[in-house]
Each structure stands twice: as structure tokens, then as C-alpha cells.
Design a protein. Sequence first.
Length: 94
Amino acid sequence: MTFRPSSPDIHIWAGHLLFCIGAYQDAAKAYSNINNIQKNPKVLLERAKCYISIKDVSSASLDLQSILDVQSDSKIKFDYTMIKALTLCSDGLE
């Protein structure tokens, strides 16, 4: 394996490893370091999972919306709808 810091793979693997050990905020940062993340639905989904884990539903919602902008996916649409509902419910509690 060669070290290529500009390769998105290094950030993806770092994000996966950080997520697995519960370092969700650091994992989200690792995924965010990938160029053209807005065109990569798989990475956006991973980052959305990180945001959900740290209870940042508005950022998760933005990532899910970005996925839907790139591709139509009924599971992502459902997740997006649920996140929006959570956002509305939590806004009413504050």
C-alpha cells in the first residue's frame, strides 16, 4: 500500500475506522476531507450516520438531501423524511 494523502481512499478508511471506535465527530471530519464529497452518495451517507450519532440532525438532513439531489433512492428518501420529522419535533421542544 502506498501513501497518497490526496487519495479519497485514505479518508474513507480513516472515517470507517474512527466510526467503528465511536469517534463520530472525527469520522465526519475524515469524510469531509474528501474532494467532491457532494457527488459521492456513499460517503455522504456515512457522514450522515456520523451526524446522527452525535445528534446533529440538521447536518444529517443536509447530507441526505444532497444524496437525493444526485440519485433517487427510496430508503434515503425515507431516512430523510424521518430526519426532517425529528428536526420538527426537536424544534418544538426548545
